[in-house]
Design a protein around this ligand. Structure first.
Ligand code: AQP
Length: 340
């Protein structure tokens, strides 16, 4: 067996709305390349999604849409395990045990809770507060050794490492849980809203014009890029000037993410011009890369029984590993398993 294939990766996407090019460039595109080097578990984290309000009538459809997006983007269900989190109960069982391991002080330091709960902290669900414990369970139930993380998830992965260490120490089971390593790709940029370069592109942003969805057709992409905010004059000559122009910087990141061309080169190409040509070329490159994926997602969404079959196979494979870990955990913690 290939040496690196001894390592396991877990990552997930929330079915909290239509996926966008931020999810694609920041996560899914890279999942595709990881499947050759790691044993990969790609989860659709529906239990995380319900930490904020979801419409029960659309949640299942969104779950299938994430599965379709994974497959259409190139995740191969024969190589990687694709499943939805709630179908493997051991995630929730381990999360409960981690609720009893994690200290309140650790959770109180999590900045994502503060960002997501905002000023109305008293009204946030308790699920949102303990979300990092479930994320730790998602990772450790498969004894994942590596987790791809963007900046926003770094703190949660550090917490996962703390939980693994404390569990191993408290229960005298050195090395039971591996201490997972982050995979941080410096070439991946956070994709920001097309309307505000200081807000991240997000599924739950109420404005459709803030994001390009993986389901958008060419005319919608052209319209959204045309409307995207830029500086009101011309493309600056130097990269240093771009840093303060967050919207221009974001469009350059998107262009670079899809084309593989370095930002510096793009600036040289368009410097001194107004943004019309740049935007038109940017739309072209997004359309070129996304069109086949969009078409495939739509095709797969017409074949729900195929998607359900993939998720069933994924659930069975995931359950096999997760069941073994949870049984060991029950024994380690001293919980009676009254099984025949
Ligand atoms: N704007 C982004 N740029 C780069 N990467 C992004 N990701 C999300 N938004 C961007 C990455 O996509 C993966 C899945 O994210 P998620 O669905 O678990 O949750 P999220 O980060 O909260 O994504 P959204 O789109 O903003 O959803 P909502 O609005 O529901 O909160 C992660 O790897 C994430 O880093």
């Amino acid at each position: 067996m290939n040496e690196v294939k001894n390592n396991t990766v877990l990552s997930g996407v929330q079915p909290s709305g239509d996926l966008h090019i931020g999810n694609y460039l920041g996560a899914i595109k890279n999942f595709v390349s990881m499947q050759n080097d790691y044993n990969c578990f790609f989860c659709i984290v529906d239990l995380h999604a319900i930490t904020v309000k979801q419409d029960p009538n659309t949640l299942i459809n969104n779950t299938l849409e994430v599965a379709a997006s994974y497959i259409a983007s190139g995740i191969n269900p024969k190589k990687s395990v694709i499943f939805n989190q709630s179908s493997v109960p051991a995630h929730s069982e381990l999360a409960w045990i981690f609720n009893c391991v994690t200290r309140m002080g650790w959770l109180n330091r999590m900045t994502q809770f503060k960002d997501k709960a905002g000023k109305d902290k008293e009204n946030a669900s308790s699920g949102l507060f303990i979300y990092p414990n479930l994320m730790a369970a998602d990772i450790l139930i498969y004894k994942a050794t590596h987790v791809p993380v963007g900046n926003d998830q770094k703190q949660h992965l550090e917490l996962t490492r703390d939980i693994a260490q404390k569990f191993n120490r408290d229960f005298n089971c050195e090395n039971f849980f591996p201490i997972p390593e982050p995979i941080i790709d410096k070439n991946i940029s956070r994709i920001m809203s097309l309307k505000d370069g200081n807000q991240k592109m997000s599924k739950s942003d109420p404005s459709e014009y803030s994001r390009i969805s993986l389901l958008d057709e060419s005319d919608e992409i052209i319209k959204k890029i045309k409307k995207a905010k830029t500086a009101d004059n011309v493309m600056p000559e130097k990269i240093e000037k771009i840093i303060n122009l967050s919207e221009v910087n974001n469009l350059l990141n998107i262009y670079s993410g899809f084309s593989g061309i370095e930002k510096q080169k793009l600036i040289e190409q368009y410097k001194g011009e107004n943004f019309a040509n740049f935007k038109s070329d940017l739309s072209d490159i997004i359309i070129e890369k996304m069109k086949p994926i969009t078409a495939e997602i739509k095709k797969l969404m017409q074949d729900k029984s195929y998607l359900l079959q993939i998720l069933l196979e994924g659930k069975n494979k995931a359950n096999e590993v997760a069941q073994k870990t949870i049984k060991d955990v029950y024994d380690i913690v001293g919980l009676l398993r009254n099984e025949t």
